[in-house]
Design a protein around this ligand. Structure first.
Ligand SMILES: [Cu+2]
Length: 253
């Protein structure tokens, strides 16, 4: 069983502490925050475990005398008031600093995709191309993105809160009705990536999976033409409820 953990793929994933291989230019920002937080946590852990073991060994029971009773020790009280504050201040600083960069949308994007989270699938409106794809619970949609181009995701929901998550982008953001959210990424590696909804949003939440295809610019254009040829022009802001199949509707309503 242990040997199954020895493939190159899983050992490199160990080095990233569980994260998949990054697929955007911005992902390392989040990856570094993740690794850094674990290093800090591990440092605190080693210190605390060390002190516990030291205290257990050095002050183990040797006879039946009551140990010396103390009420407080100013230096120790000071240490464990200040140390957590320092740790939290450092984590807070790096979190805010990275977050500012991660959610920065001031740069002009190369393309904009309006991602609609609907119960229980996704709709992708390619704003610049004026085409769309509506997913259903039985037919999961595919989001096409051209490699090396900055895409702005504008997240909207006509019903409940969903969460748009592409694990390989290291990024997820809530899709909130009445409150459009947005973020930008620049995919830098061609490939197929999994996407999902990360907010329990109803009976068929688990059906809210999609594929992300990061492709060359030519292939992206071909896919946009394919949507156009299929008549999927215009933008769908509110996909009709009932994009789930009739069977499922029958058993849930
Ligand atoms: Cu959802």
């Amino acid at each position: 069983m242990a040997l199954t953990g020895c493939s190159t793929e899983s050992s490199s994933q160990w080095a990233r502490l569980g994260l998949p291989e990054a697929a955007t230019e911005e992902a390392p920002l989040i990856g570094n925050l993740w690794i850094g937080a674990w290093i800090a946590a591990f440092g605190v852990g080693v210190l605390v475990w060390g002190l516990i073991i030291w205290a257990v060994v050095a002050y183990r029971k040797r006879n039946d005398d009551l140990p010396r009773q103390t009420r407080f020790n100013m230096p120790i009280e000071f240490l464990y008031t200040v140390t957590p504050l320092v740790v939290i201040a450092a984590l807070f600083y790096y979190t805010v600093d990275h977050q500012e960069q991660i959610v920065d949308t001031s740069a002009e994007p190369d393309l904009t995709v309006n991602v609609v989270g609907q119960q229980w699938s996704w709709t992708f409106n390619y704003i610049d191309e004026d085409v769309h794809e509506v997913g259903t619970t039985t037919e999961q949609p595919t989001l096409y993105l051209p490699v090396g181009q900055t895409v702005r995701f504008e997240l909207t929901s006509p019903d409940v809160v969903h969460s748009f998550w592409v694990p390989s982008f290291y990024m997820k953001m809530d899709v909130v009705p009445g409150h459009p959210n947005s973020f930008q990424v620049t995919p830098d590696r061609e490939g197929t990536y999994a996407g999902k909804c990360a907010e329990l949003c109803g009976a068929y939440h688990s059906s809210m999976v999609f594929d992300v295809e990061v492709v060359s610019e030519e292939e992206f254009d071909e896919q946009m033409d394919a949507l156009r040829d299929a008549g999927q022009t215009g933008l769908i802001e509110v996909p009709l409820r009932g994009t789930y199949s009739e069977d499922q509707a029958g058993s849930s309503q």
